[in-house]
Design a protein around this ligand. Structure first.
Ligand code: HPA
Length: 237
């Protein structure tokens, strides 16, 4: 049995791959309860709930990451380095930055720009570009095609700042063609890249930064269904 880390204590419950990573641990519980069978809880440390269950006969795990690159990356690091996970799929919400993005649209981060200093630890002689796993991205694209779901694939901003004092920051990222803002994917992509693991981040647009549209919590639940039905068949394949 793998020893527990300071943040994950599976107590003998297996962790499967891929691990789906919503930010909200209660979302992880909702997914386990509504989409998986034969569910076992593998983590409860700090209420960062993690579950392993089956989808169409294949084992899949789902675990909350908390908000922000530091929280999400430490869970990704432990899952990869301590528990041997090689595939991670973040499922989250994002704020739209482009005018043609609407609430409930699906965004997939082929790349993840960031205002975070997280990459400094790698001491690279340049700027690292955190990117998605091609095999996970192409599998999600194929599944979307099969289901007739439109994907918006491109660069996202993984920001350390939710309430940005710099009122023009989002516009400047939007001017670079960045599709949407969220707060975790660049850290997960870099952590996976450094370890030779695969990661993908898929989002539902929950609000729009410039036109002020936002979803109600009830709407978010329904919108979330499209993303789950896209990702779960890929996770279980
Ligand atoms: N900003 C950052 N992260 C987000 C947002 C946002 O507007 N919406 C959903 N995740």
């Amino acid at each position: 049995m793998t020893s527990p880390t300071p943040h994950i204590n599976p107590n003998g419950v297996p962790i499967a791959e891929p691990v789906l990573l919503p930010g909200d641990p209660l979302r992880a519980q909702f997914i386990a309860e509504n989409y998986l069978t034969n569910v076992q809880q593998f983590n409860g440390v700090r209420n960062m709930l993690g579950f392993t269950g089956e989808f169409k006969g294949q084992q899949v795990s789902v675990m909350g990451t908390g908000m922000g690159i530091p929280s999400a990356s430490l869970y990704a690091w432990e899952l990869i380095h301590v528990f041997g996970v090689k595939r991670l799929i973040r499922i989250g919400s994002c704020g739209g930055l482009q005018p043609d993005l609407n609430l409930f649209d699906i965004v997939v981060a082929s790349a993840s720009s960031t205002d975070s200093n997280f990459m400094n630890q790698y001491n690279l002689p340049g700027t690292f570009a955190p990117t998605a796993s091609w095999s996970l991205l192409s599998a999600v694209a194929q599944e979307a095609n099969r289901q007739g779901v439109k994907l918006n694939v491109g660069n996202v901003l993984s920001s350390d700042v939710f309430y940005n004092f710099d009122s023009t920051a989002h516009q400047r990222w939007a001017d670079m063609g960045v599709l949407a803002v969220e707060m975790e994917s660049a850290g997960i992509y870099a952590t996976a890249a450094q370890a030779g693991a695969e990661a993908l981040a898929v989002f539902t647009v929950s609000d729009h930064i410039f036109n002020g549209q936002e979803t109600t919590s009830q709407q978010r639940e329904t919108a979330f269904t499209t993303m789950m039905e896209l990702v779960l068949p890929v996770a279980a394949s």
